[in-house]
Design a protein around this ligand. Structure first.
Ligand SMILES: Nc1ncnc2c1ncn2[C@@H]1O[C@H](COP(=O)(O)OP(=O)(O)OP(=O)(O)O)[C@@H](O)[C@H]1O
Length: 202
């Protein structure tokens, strides 16, 4: 098996747990070491978005043909549009000498497990549910209805993480400095213990 650093890193965890916060810090500290793959989408580009940079913008027909050619390692539909990560996009990151990071949901993780991508799976966990709820509210970006929806999806993500063999590592994002220190070591391919998945039954 190749060294850990050569394998893509799949980062998953419930909405509001702090994935974006940790990833932003990692990219700021190591601007040349990591890359996100460019996904395909059928949604229209927003002002300022460039094809091949934010997304590969494709028609629904093209998306379907890629899908039937098994081009995607995972795909999903959100609010009427399709999104997918192609194996080619992951390889493109690798060819620039960067470690590819995939920030996806549990449904995507399930799909990737059926491929031969062989990534490292890292689950970002809240220390408890109370903290997760208050972070989602504290972010101030969602309505109460959207928060409830995110929380119910979060519960299924947490249930998924409790199934055996789901992840290689857990990072509990309680104290941000501590979480980032461990997250960084895992991203850099160091061999570490990782945290233990908390109970999350509060
Ligand atoms: N260790 C921490 N302690 C306290 N607050 C934190 C910590 N980590 C992140 N936060 C805050 O929690 C909120 C959610 O974080 P963030 O947006 O990074 O989550 P996310 O997992 O990327 O969510 P989504 O999947 O919805 O994009 C933000 O307001 C962030 O500043």
């Amino acid at each position: 098996m190749s060294p850990l650093i050569n394998r893509p890193l799949v980062v998953f965890g419930p909405s509001g747990v702090g994935k974006g916060t940790l990833l932003k810090r990692l990219f700021a500290e190591f601007p040349d070491s990591f890359g996100f793959s460019v996904s395909h989408t059928t949604r229209a580009p927003r002002p300022g978005e460039a094809d091949g940079r934010e997304y590969h913008f494709v028609t629904p027909e093209k998306f379907k043909s890629l899908l039937s050619d098994d081009a995607f390692i995972e795909h999903a539909q959100f609010s009427g549009n399709f999104y997918g990560t192609s194996i080619q996009a992951v390889r493109a990151v690798r060819s620039t000498g960067r470690r590819c990071i995939l920030d996806i949901d549990a449904q995507g993780v399930r799909q990737i497990k059926k491929t031969d991508l062989d990534p490292i799976y890292l689950f970002i966990s809240p220390p408890n549910m109370t903290t997760l709820r208050s972070r989602l509210r504290g972010r101030g970006t969602d309505t109460e209805e959207a928060i409830q929806k995110r929380l119910s999806i979060a519960l299924s993500e947490l249930q998924y993480a409790q199934e055996p063999g789901t992840y290689h590592y857990v990072v509990v994002n309680e104290d941000l400095e501590k979480a980032y220190t461990l997250f960084k070591k895992i991203a850099l391919g160091e061999t570490v213990e990782g945290d233990v998945l908390p109970q999350l039954d509060d």
